[in-house]
Design a protein around this ligand. Structure first.
Ligand SMILES: CC(=O)N[C@H]1[C@@H](OP(=O)(O)OP(=O)(O)OC[C@H]2O[C@@H](n3ccc(=O)[nH]c3=O)[C@H](O)[C@@H]2O)O[C@H](CO)[C@@H](O)[C@@H]1O
Ligand SMILES: C=C(OP(=O)(O)O)C(=O)O
Length: 520
């Protein structure tokens, strides 16, 4: 027996005879995830005693509650009947209107969660997005003994690590489903002489190297052997100042090196560092811990670390430029006027300049400061516009270039524009390929090679049924294309979207999108 949620709010309940079996399954799945009853109760926004009653089989459960438990445990263990998948039905071709706020970023949150391992005091991360990627890292942290507790507002997360981590108990299932597990190396190498970590996973974007991480971290005394399914790490601590040139200006590699630098006595200089948004989030948190960092926002970081931190710190995760791009794209491709509020402008300038070249009209509010006290925000209002293809190709660069995670959105925007746009994703092997699914909606998108797309517009969009690509951003791009497409579309198997977006369909509905969630 499995538990599943259904498309519409259902009030039906399962027969009492099944409640005890369901209770036992919930208890088993909860324990497998390493959660206490109180932690599951938080995820469900209910009380511990209610969870206790559910597990005892003493509570009749509505199908809606069963669905929520299933989601909270990230578990297909429990469904009623055959395993069920989530799909979206989109009635497209309608304009949107209104105002929507950008959430905090996935990539900032996962870096901060990993960095919290450095702190023996209490870390409170505020305004954390409720997304699956965060839950996966939390599952990993909890499995090694970290206490991570959501505040009643469901947004703030208190993290307290035990004096010694139980790395042998690591939740391998959760770990291998995220790329971000790689960022455990940086904090752990100053804390543990030897440890094992599962291989990093993530979306289907093709091969993603870990070599730049290893090259950088070797300088901190890390020696890694890759065995079947695991990295075996051994650390020989060094001392004195270090100067390290990163071979790639990658985001997570910079974060890994930063965390390693933060956890050692001495000054570490990192060159060719990424100054991107998630790296800045991490720097701001580390500063609160007491790490001195010069050069934040540049490619040279000078880090004065120390071996132990015992501070009670609070940090508010900054706004997500990729979500900002996603929401702006929803307005642009539907020819709507919407306001996207809390856009971290430093990380969207090139995207907006490119849009302006394509004829997109928008207005910006005066700047204001994010809750973290550092990041500059604006509200961006897009206006219905006649779009034209840009003269030059659109491609990404490490920050301060056009963000690689924002590039896919230009495929659907280009499909609305008149003329031919060349989009060059030199970074990922597979991401451009997934974007050819836009052809199902009537777009003329040609794959020139694995990295280059030619998009000829404007498109006469038409609704279609499409299986969600197995990659986060392309999945959202197809959904946004469906908003532009006249008629009914179905996007099948959309669970991947929750990896990086909180309640995306629901929030688009608030802007007037006609989207219905259903399960088989
Ligand atoms: C958790 C997180 O923060 N994930 C982000 C992070 O992943 P992350 O930092 O892990 O990205 P990768 O290290 O996988 O880099 C992405 C690709 O770019 C290549 N590369 C990168 C930098 C460079 O100077 N030269 C180069 O060739 C890498 O070889 C790789 O093929 O950065 C990516 C690129 O911004 C984003 O798509 C991810 O959303
Ligand atoms: C590629 C992405 O993320 P990750 O590094 O978590 O796979 C993304 O956010 O689009």
């Amino acid at each position: 027996m499995t538990i599943a949620s259904t498309e519409r709010p259902l009030t039906g309940s399962i027969p009492a005879v099944d409640a005890a079996q369901v209770g036992a399954l919930v208890r088993g799945a909860r324990q497998h995830r390493g959660l206490t009853q109180a932690q599951l109760a938080e995820r469900l926004n209910t009380s511990q005693s209610a969870v206790h009653r559910i597990e005892q089989g003493a509570q009749n459960l509505s199908l809606e509650m069963i669905g929520r438990i299933s989601a909270a445990l990230d578990s297909e263990l429990i469904t009623v009947g055959a395993p069920k998948r989530t799909h979206l039905r989109v009635e497209g071709g309608h304009q949107l209107s209104g105002r929507i706020e950008v959430n905090s970023s996935k990539n900032g949150a996962v870096a901060l969660l990993c960095a919290s391992l450095l702190n023996h005091g209490r870390t409170v991360l505020r305004n954390v997005a409720r997304i699956v990627e965060v839950d996966r890292i939390l599952d990993v942290l909890r499995s090694i003994g970290v206490r991570a507790t959501w505040a009643p507002n469901g947004r703030d997360l208190e993290i307290v690590r035990p004096e010694s981590l139980d790395l042998a108990a690591i939740d391998v299932d959760a770990a291998v489903r995220t790329r971000s597990i790689i960022m455990f190396f940086g904090p752990l190498l100053g804390l543990e002489p030897a440890f094992e970590l599962p291989y990093a996973g993530g979306c289907d974007l093709g091969t993603r190297t870990v070599e730049p991480h290893m090259i950088a971290l070797r300088r901190f005394g890390l020696d890694v052997t890759a065995t079947a399914g695991h990295y075996q790490a051994r650390v020989t601590p060094g001392s004195g100042d270090l100067s390290i040139v990163l071979t790639e200006r990658g985001d997570t590699v910079t974060e890994n090196a930063l965390m390693a630098a933060a956890g050692r006595d001495g000054v570490t200089t990192l060159r060719n560092a990424s100054p991107n948004y998630m790296v800045q989030d991490l720097c701001f948190y580390l500063e609160q811990l007491g790490v001195r960092i010069e050069g934040i926002g540049t490619t040279t970081l000078r880090v004065q670390g120390r071996t132990r931190f015992e501070n009670d710190v609070e940090y508010t995760v900054s706004e997500d430029p990729v979500e900002a791009m996603s929401l702006l794209t929803a307005g642009i491709v539907t020819g709507s006027e919407i306001t996207v509020a809390r856009v971290p402008i430093e990380f969207m300038e090139i995207e907006l300049a490119t849009l302006a070249e394509m004829g997109q009209e928008y207005t910006l509010s005066p700047e204001y400061v994010a809750y973290n006290g550092r990041t500059r925000l604006v509200d961006v209002t897009v206006h219905p516009s006649e779009l034209r293809a840009p003269i030059d190709k659109i491609h990404s660069m490490p920050f301060p270039g056009l963000n690689i995670d924002n590039l896919p959105f230009f495929a659907v925007i280009a499909a609305r524009a008149t003329g031919s746009t060349l989009i060059h994703d030199w970074v990922y092997e597979n991401r451009a390929i997934h974007l050819t699914d836009l052809t199902r909606l009537g777009a003329d998108v040609r794959l020139m090679d694995a990295h280059r797309l030619q998009v000829n517009g404007p498109t006469r969009w038409r609704g279609a049924e499409v299986s969600c690509p197995p990659a986060l951003r392309p999945a959202v791009v197809i959904l946004l294309g469906m908003l532009a497409s006249t008629g009914t579309s179905v996007l099948r198997d959309v669970d991947i979207i929750a990896r990086g977006y909180e309640q995306l369909a629901e929030r688009l509905i608030e802007l007037g999108a006609r989207i219905e969630t259903f399960r088989d």
